[in-house]
Design a protein around this ligand. Sequence first.
Ligand SMILES: Nc1nc2c(ncn2[C@@H]2O[C@H](COP(=O)(O)OP(=O)(O)O)[C@@H](O)[C@H]2O)c(=O)[nH]1
Ligand SMILES: [Mg+2]
Length: 460
Amino acid sequence: MKMEVNLSDTIAAISTPVGVGGLSVIRVSGAEAIRIVKKVLPTWRVVVPDDKPRYPIARFVRVLDLDDVVVTLFCAPHSFTGEDTVEISCHGSWFIQHELMHRLTDAGCRLARAGEFTQRAFLNGKMDLSQAEAVADLIASHSEAEKNLALRQMRGGLSSQLSRLREQLVHFASLLELELDFADHEDLEFVDRSELLSLASTIDKHIEQLLSSFAAGNAIKNGVAVAIVGEPNAGKSTLLNALLGEERAIVSAIEGTTRDTVEDSLYLSGIHFRLIDTAGIRNTDDPLEKMGVERSERAVMNAHIVVEVVDATRPRYLSLSLRNEQRYIRVLNKSDLLSAEQVAALSVRQTTGSESKPLSQVLVSAKQGEIDALRDELVDIGQRMTASSDVALSNVRHYEALQRASQALERVKSGLHEGLSGEFVSLDLQDCLTCLGEVTGEITSQEVLQSIFSKFCIGK
Ligand SMILES: Nc1nc2c(ncn2[C@@H]2O[C@H](COP(=O)(O)OP(=O)(O)O)[C@@H](O)[C@H]2O)c(=O)[nH]1
Ligand SMILES: [Mg+2]
């Protein structure tokens, strides 16, 4: 379906969730919003001052045959969409919400499509595309960290970084243009190429910084993936249940009980962890168990944090090969079965290991719920992983566009190195600017816009 952008319609939608609630909010936006709502609610006697106020005007309105509502008017351009917008807070009855919607559409409103209010905000220049996307992220956020990330982006954190980059690139382009304008003048090079090169490197460094923040942004948005692995019967499923505080995975003394990976979310100190309990890793001929082991190995590959559970009464360790950025916690489980001497002998240290592969070791009893040491360790690692004082990329679309921007800049740099003519270098520079423009929405196709806004909720 092609999404036609028609800003002249006045649109309406129920903005609160489907179903019955205490209250419900109906939103109307467009040039005719005030006229239409006055027609539907004749008792709404609002006088709009000529110079449209920046603040919303709220009025209690008795709709004689229907409900008592509160009508709030946001005058253009001081509204979310940039248009005249009216919000009607009615009681949350299904009948009242739908009756009001019927009356609004009869009076000339069209039903809003998913994301259409935000799309209008974007088209009316109230926000750029990265901010509009953050609105959807904010609505979908589950943890404090995720909310903060989306909020910063919605308030223009990423946009201001990108506009700084853009300024630098435009400055760069203008220097190149100068060089081109004077190209006829024999070997006159207006701009020192080494100066251009160092400017390109500075810009590249900024883009690289943004690109590298994607790991943190991704961990915040999609959760920090924690794979719980170990030999059969080490207590992995018991540990998962203890962390979640519920009997999520089946626990038994029979080896190989967990065949498939079991996944659930855990929220600790505002961070979203995705815990993945796996089948025990061991050599086996059983085809079904083999598949489980393969899945465990895949979970390890994709994890941010790998938790290896070891039965402390007979410690044996897996040989895991982890990537540098992966974090590894070794959990010595079943501490309740150890004597004081045995505990001392284990000489558990809080943190050991080398810089390249940090290793934390904690002693717990999953069965007795004594797992605070592990919880603390997860929070500690999770906080460091998701700490982004400033802006972090969390959107694949942005990440890919910036990757292309970085590649274009690499071409600019090599062009300068090789002494290519300014014209060619300038083309690559334009490419780079185009990629940045895709993130902010200055250069974005209808199809991309359609796919972005169609994922929004109705009424937003
Ligand atoms: N004593 C004791 N037993 C435990 C502990 N954690 C797990 N178990 C027992 O170890 C057996 C295997 O547990 P399970 O969680 O299914 O291990 P998995 O195969 O690693 O998932 C079960 O009988 C559990 O009750 C613990 O901390 N202390
Ligand atoms: Mg298990």
